[in-house]
Ligand binder design. Structure first.
Ligand code: UD1
Ligand code: UDP
Length: 378
């Protein structure tokens, strides 16, 4: 019996852990999983709603860490999670993505001799000013099993000296959730509730500190929204970090004057999937949304200078537009004029990544070598 601690902390973690937990639960005689929520995100709209939408059980352990500087949040997570590890003594911990909870819990585990599996390993933006890039590099460097979602991830890990035996290409577990819940999502009335029609609006999300924590940068992005919303109305579920910054920088009044820009609170997972799949275009700086739009075939403009998800640009519908106002507006109008980028779905984004991950754990007693396990799987 393998005991696994599954860690969630922030919004993009829930839809990655849900399919893994559900798949582990299919083998109760082999696995004893337990769910730990660090509490990095805690608002109902950033956390609770995802438990309902994804059918996640109440966490076995809630650490209640909350917000803080990087040091405070990471350190408090480490202090709290170490106690959990000492009490429960799992064989493995499973961490996903690149948030502060990911590195904090991985670091705890490795120091206690508990094995770490990192899901969504190997992604690199090569931008070390991005806090997530540091979390990715460090987590990967101390993980025992590295589950990658795209082949570039394997190449990045090998280039950093991580041995092939630890690396396992399994595909994209976030897309498992998308495929599972997209049908249910179509039953929500998210579009009616906001008052928009299919393919007649753009969907916006924004929360990267580099975009929203600096008044001039945030104002510049709002300039682009001001110009685009005159042509295509924009639905903007606002991340709490971004709302706080818009208030602090006294930008709210200006935003309120844009009649084609609809600010709403962060929306639940099913509603968001519905808004995403029915949009004409998405403008975002999110990581996961670059992937979801590729699967939906919706053109995505990523308001960043780099991406850790190049496959969405090379194969999918994503365009890296950077932060130049003219470029962003031109690309958005290009899509509005019917010239949205088309793409394909990357390898392994088929809704079965969690199945492949759990097969690796099932075979661990037979072989600790990830490559052999993948080969055996066929
Ligand atoms: C975090 C992740 C980021 C991820 C994002 C997903 C890190 C370093 N960053 O960024 O990689 O893309 O989550 O959404 O881990 N807040 C609330 N309520 C909440 C949560 C946050 O009001 O439930 C506000 C607080 O003012 C907080 C701020 O948002 O200080 C930022 O939260 P934090 O978790 O530190 O970082 P995110 O920007 O959410
Ligand atoms: N999402 C959501 N509601 C929102 C915004 C995003 O359900 O209002 C979902 C989205 O579908 C995706 C995930 O949250 O599955 C992406 O999380 P986020 O953009 O916060 O983080 P990132 O991927 O940038 O780390």
């Amino acid at each position: 019996m393998l005991k696994l601690a599954l860690v969630v902390g922030a919004r993009p973690n829930f839809m990655k852990i849900a399919p893994i937990l559900s798949e582990l639960n299919r083998y109760p005689e082999e696995f004893e999983p337990f769910l730990v929520h660090t509490g990095q995100h805690y608002d109902t709209k950033m956390s609770g709603v995802f438990f309902d939408d994804l059918g996640l059980p109440t966490p076995d352990v809630f650490l209640g860490v909350g917000s803080g500087s990087h040091a405070v949040q990471t350190a408090q997570t480490m202090i709290a999670f170490e106690k959990v590890l000492l009490e429960h003594r799992p064989d493995w911990i499973v961490v996903v993505g690149d948030v502060n909870s990911t590195i904090a819990c991985a670091l705890d585990a490795v120091k206690l001799g508990i094995k770490v599996a990192h899901v969504e390993a190997g992604l690199r933006s090569r931008d070390r000013f991005m806090p997530e890039e540091i979390n990715r590099i460090l987590t990967d460097s101390i993980s025992d099993l590295l589950f990658t979602s795209s082949r570039d991830g394997d190449a990045n890990l090998l280039a950093e000296g991580i041995t092939q035996e630890k690396i396992c290409f399994v595909g994209n577990v976030m897309i498992d959730s998308l495929r599972r819940f997209d049908n249910y999502a179509s039953q929500t009335n998210a579009l009616d509730a906001i008052g928009v029609s299919v393919a007649e609006y753009g969907l916006v999300t924004l929360h990267r500190p580099s975009n929203v924590d600096h008044p001039q940068q945030l104002a510049s992005i709002l300039n682009t929204f001001e110009r685009v919303q005159k042509r295509v109305c924009l639905v903007f579920p606002v991340h709490p970090r971004t709302r706080k910054m818009m208030i602090d920088f006294e930008l709210m009044e200006r935003v309120d004057r844009m009649t084609g820009l609809m600010l709403v609170d962060p929306v639940g997972y099913k509603d968001f999937l519905q808004l995403e799949r029915n949009s004409l275009m998405v403008l975002t700086d999110s990581g996961g949304i670059q992937e979801e739009t590729t699967v939906f075939g919706v053109p995505c403009l990523t308001l960043r200078e780099n991406t850790e998800r190049p496959v969405t640009v090379e194969v999918g519908t994503n365009t890296l537009v950077g932060l130049d106002e003219e470029r962003i507006v031109a690309e958005a109008l290009h899509i509005a004029n019917g010239h949205g980028k088309k793409g394909q779905i990357p390898e392994g984004w088929d809704g079965r990544a969690a199945e492949r991950i759990v097969q690796v754990f099932r075979n661990l007693s037979r072989s600790p070598n990830c490559q052999q396990l993948t080969a055996a799987r066929g």
